[in-house]
Design a protein around this ligand. Structure first.
Ligand code: A2P
Length: 346
């Protein structure tokens, strides 16, 4: 096949635009690129390989003649339109939560469970951004020493809540500097009863609460981590917090292994893992931060410490650009791994 006929659903969104950039940067063998979004965006253009391409309104017929469709327009759009893409014979890589916990659908971080792509599944789910960043750090430690328990607190950038949340943070910072009241209508989540400012604040709520008092985002971390690691009973407890950071999610991770792991060994294991970069030197005050890691591909790990009271426990500080490895890059890596079983070539 002379190149892959690709479509992106949600091409105008933050992840969609990053997908376009990453396909270009990694020289994915694109024969043609169809950009799909809501009717609001129809008629606008986006640039791919120096060429302005039109954005079209999504319809179920749009998938005729495509080989590969990335969905990144939310779960309801995936639920409604992915069946049409599959029926048209395309391979679907879905960035929404629509199919992640479906037993028939592989949920893949290529460095962790990429073998699930060897048979060339037609539908693959891309995990939640916080989960991808977490499992990149957990997997090599688990492989070496087993894993008994994980407690994670996240510090999530506003871009994870969409372009309007980014605008809201910027408008609030401007208002604060000009002495005006801070107006909030998006965060902690769009349809919530109550909105609070994110500027100069923290919101210990990403998405809605359930009857146990956990948010959907917290349950995604629990269930998706278990599925990707192939450990359905792994105890994972998550607290997800929105912070006034534009891009890159950070996570404070406490983990208990089956056998004790020395800090040096953990550093070595993480340092040898493709896609992970250790930035950890307390002497030099070296550790990852969201500002310094934005726009980069690796998941960064620092602050690797032993729990002084539990010899099998370690604490890590993990930071990753949630739009790249947390979403678009992981999706393109899935596509790259599917190239051989699907017979895609440049
Ligand atoms: P549009 O820009 O036309 O609204 P983000 O998560 O960054 O807000 O991006 C969401 C993406 O999903 C955008 O590309 C948006 O297109 C697209 N989208 C949202 N709703 C629909 C829909 N009903 N049909 C097609 N695309 C949609």
């Amino acid at each position: 096949m002379a190149g892959v006929r690709v479509a992106i659903v949600g091409a105008t969104g933050a992840v969609g635009q990053e997908l376009i950039r990453i396909l270009e940067e990694r020289s994915f063998p694109v024969a043609s690129l169809k950009l799909l979004a809501s009717p609001r965006s129809a008629g606008s253009t986006l640039t791919f390989q120096g060429e302005a391409l039109p954005v079209e309104a999504l319809t179920a017929q749009a998938f005729q003649g495509t080989d590969l469709v990335f969905f990144s327009a939310g779960a309801s759009v995936s639920q409604e339109y992915a069946p049409a893409a599959l029926a048209a014979g395309a391979t679907v890589i879905d960035n929404s939560s629509a199919f992640r916990m479906d037993e028939e659908v592989p949920l893949v971080v290529p460095e962790v469970n990429g073998h699930l792509l060897d048979e060339g599944p037609q539908l693959v789910a891309n995990p939640n951004c916080s989960t991808t960043i977490l499992v990149m750090a957990l997997a090599p430690l688990r492989r070496a020493a087993g894993l008994r328990r994980v407690i994670v607190s996240t510090y999530q950038a506003v871009s994870g809540a969409g372009a309007r949340a980014v605008e809201e943070l910027k408008a609030q910072v401007r208002a604060w500097l000009e002495g005006r009241p801070l107006e909030a209508s998006i965060l902690p989540y769009r349809d919530g009863k109550r909105h609070r400012p994110i500027a100069f604040n923290l919101l210990p709520q990403c998405d809605r609460f359930d009857e146990l008092g956990y948010t959907k985002e917290e349950w995604k971390l629990v269930h998706e981590t278990r599925k990707i690691l192939g450990d359905p009973d792994l105890p994972v407890t998550a607290t997800t917090v929105r912070v006034p950071v534009l891009r890159s999610h950070s996570e404070s991770v406490y983990l208990e292994t089956e056998r004790p792991l020395a800090v040096e060994e953990a550093r070595r294991l993480l340092g040898e893992t493709p896609g992970v970069q250790v930035l950890d030197d307390p002497e030099e005050q070296l550790y990852p931060t969201p500002l310094e890691t934005s726009g980069q591909d690796p998941v960064f790990v620092g602050r690797i410490r032993k729990d002084p009271f539990e010899e099998r426990a370690l604490t890590l500080w993990v930071v990753g650009d949630q739009i790249r490895k947390g979403a678009a890059l992981n999706a393109v890596q899935i596509a790259e791994r599917l190239a051989a079983p699907r017979g895609w070539r440049g």
